[in-house]
Ligand binder design. Structure first.
Ligand SMILES: [Zn+2]
Length: 551
């Protein structure tokens, strides 16, 4: 909190708003796009559902009206389509998920979504049946040779289910080899499941604790009891263990106690290098449920504005169009996850940017407007694009991604989703500063936001990319009001059916964000600048391989 206040003082002498060249953004159009995309008729915009067609058609119409050209897949006639086909595998539980835990000779049933949330298996098996699998606590489940850290110590996990802590080993101590409170990739649940497959375990079950997960059980439950998607894989078993799930902290503590173990004491041990896996004696887990496996094709929507003088160099604006669809009802019985803020607001912003560029002076470089699918399923639309780029990544200047805009009103700051160790971050700071906005350092590096947005599949492949959103220092009420509003959003709306359109939103903060996206995109699109990774950034080597292609 202190750093925000210091930042505010520093910025007062800098702010020299240069808004003269800013286009007019249409609040009427923004409201209408959010309202339509998040209406019940769009059924929460699940990929490969009937709602996909409505959503994709709506975005294409808006891109056309903005003056964009189709920028998607090349067709037989040599012309581009408006979309990029994204083939995905879809896994759904096809009947009741039966889970029983046996401890000290007593067997109890767990209810899917209550004590436990098991994802539909992504191994291509049509039934998952595990009987009395032994349970091993593996601490944080990390293998990090470069940090001289291995939680497994040679433990054989074949035939066993591992319980694993979320986040990384120094999250709670705040100091250590994993960035202290900041999360490394080792802290992400995606990493834990990747490690489960490498270890040959029957399954990894992540223990849910709100602080290190950075979200509550409702989020875990909704995301994991839904249909699960993956890109199509040659050998799905090499990437996924049969059981991937989450377990409530209370159920975990109870299980440890029945095995004569103290959860909190073992967690402390897991925060040290000397930790060794611990088998829960007399405890086993049985799981049985059918899986429906389907192959589907979803779509990214791609609009293109060719550059005037450097058409083979591309700046990408991106945002995800999908949300969670129709799922478990909330307390009011509402089953439609409308996703108004997440991310109809981002798509409405993408459409505003398309209009500003499409109806403004032609940029020197080409600008791509990319509305990706399946973000909520694990960044799959952006992963697919980055793996099958329509325009070469080597000459992709930067990716600027928007996810969940600020509906809380005017702010004095912006918040990036993690701090990119790249000159692109400096460009953001300078452009925002010209509009009187300071850029806070990531206020919650422990949440691992840098790995959780659609810019990350590009980052992994070396392309400078970032996501940012509105800050918390509200013009009305300051940091206290902003922080409270953010907490209320996470508690009451985030990934819940209550993320609905509100005609009384104050869009002034969102307009600030769109203004910064525009100015940063303009700066990149009208120059020959190539943002670079800074020394020591883990993504620099990948980018440097193609340096000769950038002039
Ligand atoms: Zn989102």
């Amino acid at each position: 909190m202190k750093s925000f206040l210091l930042g505010a003082a520093a910025v007062m002498c800098l702010a020299a708003p240069a808004l003269a060249q800013q286009p007019q953004f249409s609040t009427a159009r923004i409201n209408e796009n959010i309202r339509v995309l998040s209406s019940d008729a769009f059924e929460g915009r699940a990929p490969a559902s009937p709602a996909e067609t409505k959503t994709v058609d709506h975005i294409i119409k808006q891109f056309q009206a903005a003056g964009l050209q189709p920028g998607g897949d090349l067709q037989a006639d040599g012309k581009r389509a408006w979309t990029q086909a994204v083939p995905l595998a879809l896994f759904e539980t096809a009947g009741p998920v039966k889970v029983t835990a046996t401890a000290g000779g007593v067997t109890q049933s767990w209810t899917q979504g209550e004590q436990i949330a098991i994802r539909a298996a992504q191994t291509s098996a049509e039934r998952v049946t595990v009987q009395n699998a032994p349970i091993v606590f593996v601490g944080y489940g990390v293998t990090a040779p470069e940090r001289n850290w291995n939680d497994f110590k040679g433990q054989d996990l074949r035939g066993k289910i591992a319980l694993v802590l979320v986040n990384d080993p120094d999250f709670e101590t705040g100091q250590g080899d994993f960035g202290g409170k900041a999360m490394t990739y080792y802290g992400r649940w995606t990493y834990k499941y990747e490690e489960a497959a490498r270890q040959g375990a029957v399954g990894f079950i992540v223990i849910h604790e709100t602080a290190p997960a950075s979200y509550g059980w409702a989020t875990v439950k909704n995301s994991n009891t839904n249909a699960i998607f993956d890109i199509i894989r040659q050998d799905p078993k090499a990437a996924h263990a049969p059981i991937e799930g989450w377990l409530q902290r209370d159920a975990t503590v109870d299980l440890f106690r029945k095995a004569g173990l103290d959860f909190d004491a073992l967690k402390k041990q897991a925060q040290t290098r000397d930790f060794r896996p611990v088998e829960l004696k007399g405890v086993s887990l049985s799981v049985d449920y059918p899986v429906k496996v389907e192959k589907v094709v979803s779509r990214n929507v791609v609009g293109l504005l060719p550059g005037a003088t450097r058409p083979n160099e591309h700046v990408i604006f991106s945002g995800h169009w999908d949300h969670l669809g129709v799922g478990q009802p909330d307390a009011k019985g509402d089953r439609i996850y409308n996703g108004a803020i997440d991310n109809a607001s981002g798509i409405a912003s993408l459409i505003e940017l398309a209009n500003a560029f499409g109806h403004g002076p032609r940029p020197q470089r080409s600008v791509v407007f990319l509305a990706v699918t399946a973000e909520e399923k694990g960044l799959l639309g952006s992963e697919y694009y980055a793996d099958h780029p329509l325009y070469p990544l080597a000459t992709t200047v930067a990716v600027l991604n928007m996810d969940s805009m600020n509906m809380r009103g005017t702010t004095r700051d912006l918040a990036p989703s993690g701090d990119a160790p790249a000159t692109l971050q400096d460009d953001l700071v300078s452009v925002a500063g010209q509009q009187g906005l300071r850029v806070n350092p990531d206020p919650k590096p422990e949440a691992g936001h840098f790995y959780r947005s659609d810019h990350f599949p590009f980052v992994k492949r070396g392309v400078p990319a970032l996501s940012f959103g509105g800050g918390v220092d509200l013009a009305k009420g300051g940091v206290a009001a902003g922080t409270a509003a953010e907490a209320a959003y996470v508690r009451d709306r985030y990934h819940q059916p209550a993320d609905e359109f509100d005609p009384n939103w104050d869009l002034s903060g969102m307009l600030q964000e769109v203004g910064v996206f525009y100015a940063l995109g303009r700066k990149l699109a009208d120059s020959g600048e190539w943002p670079v990774w800074k020394q020591g950034a883990e993504f620099k080597a990948e980018r440097d391989k193609t340096a000769a292609q950038r002039k």
